[in-house]
Design a protein around this ligand. Structure first.
Ligand SMILES: NC(=O)c1ccc[n+]([C@@H]2O[C@H](COP(=O)([O-])OP(=O)(O)OC[C@H]3O[C@@H](n4cnc5c(N)ncnc54)[C@H](O)[C@@H]3O)[C@@H](O)[C@H]2O)c1
Length: 300
């Protein structure tokens, strides 16, 4: 089946530049109408500017697509509401939200201020909640919805100096894990996408030869697939970076059982540490207590 957004509406947050711009352009190219949201501030989240979102809307229109600009902050509850309302008022439906807006306030934890922690959590993690919370009733009502969160290898694997950002990005994975359960009955699928691409966020972190291999346009097709009706799975974490796509997954080891009438000492824990921490035969879980394999087998 050919992946298409024909007749569908998507919101991409932080779509005024970088990765979000590529996602919006890709979805529009596939026939989707797009709310291009961007506050337009600096990489650390200061100030605002309408131009980035307006320019992407103009680009989409010049290419024959349909788009409207939105300048709300994703960290505001009302901002999330406004975006959903704008999609509904303009086109009467909403199919996909891509929660991509982001800022950086990097600092080693012993120097990280409360404000640096709060601002990053507000844009990245609350910025997913504000959109999901207001899109969810629409998705439930129409028994269809697709959600993609922009996670990061920083949260999935750790990155020095990004405790706030990593916590927010991994928080999205926990958020997704519960939303996939709450959305299942309503055909609402939720995924996390961890990109790596040459944008203003990464321009000083890597040599130019490497950045040249990392166009955001290489990430956009995966986001467009995850956010489309063609992707019928839910709860996946996919990484996409310069010429490479892969899945990432939290797994549960088989562990070790003991009789609960027989309390174990800390020495027993030490003796059995190898078995407790072993990942041999580890499995991906669908929810608490059920493996992903069991879940999909039961669904047929
Ligand atoms: N570039 C990478 O390699 C990389 C790696 C991992 C994750 N990410 C994630 O991908 C997303 C996009 O990053 P990018 O590299 O394109 O960065 P970018 O700075 O080029 O784009 C982010 C956009 O989000 C907008 N934004 C920031 N705060 C906002 C708010 N409160 N409301 C609305 N818009 C807001 C900015 O104005 C900006 O246009 C981010 O969530 C980032 O954390 C990027």
């Amino acid at each position: 089946m050919t992946v298409s957004y024909e007749g569908q509406v998507a919101i991409v947050s932080g779509a005024g530049r970088g990765l979000g711009r590529s996602y919006a352009m890709e979805i529009a190219k596939l026939g989707g109408k797009v709310v291009v949201n961007d506050l337009g501030g600096s990489v650390t989240g200061e100030a605002s500017d309408a131009r980035p979102a307006e320019e992407v809307v103009a680009e989409i229109k010049a290419a024959g697509g349909e788009a409207v600009a939105n300048f709300d902050s994703v960290s505001s509850y009302e901002g999330g509401y406004n975006m959903i309302k704008q999609a509904m008022d303009t086109w009467g439906r909403l199919d996909t939200i891509v929660c991509n807006a982001g800022i950086l306030r990097d600092r080693a934890i012993h120097n990280m201020s409360e404000d640096e922690w709060d601002q990053v959590l507000a844009v990245h993690l609350k910025g997913c909640y504000t959109l999901v919370r207001h899109a969810w009733p629409v998705f439930r009502q129409q028994s269809y919805g697709r959600v993609v969160f922009a996670t990061s290898g920083s949260g999935l694997w750790g990155n020095f100096g990004q405790a706030n950002y990593a916590a927010a990005k991994m928080g999205m994975v926990g958020f997704m894990n519960t939303l996939k359960l709450e959305g299942e009955k309503y055909n609402i699928n939720v995924h996390c996408l961890g990109p790596a691409a040459a944008t203003r966020m990464t321009e000083n972190l890597m040599p130019q030869e490497r950045l040249d291999q990392m166009s955001p346009d290489h990430v956009a097709p995966v986001v467009a697939f995850l956010g489309s009706s063609s992707c019928t799975e839910s709860g996946l974490v996919i990484e996409a970076a310069g010429g490479h796509y892969n899945r990432a997954q939290m797994v549960k080891g088989p562990g070790v059982d003991f009789d609960t009438n027989d309390f174990k000492s800390v020495d027993w824990v030490e003796e059995n540490w190898g078995k407790i921490t072993s990942l041999e035969g580890a499995q991906a879980m669908w929810g608490m207590g059920q493996t992903r394999e069991e879940h999909y087998a039961a669904k047929g």
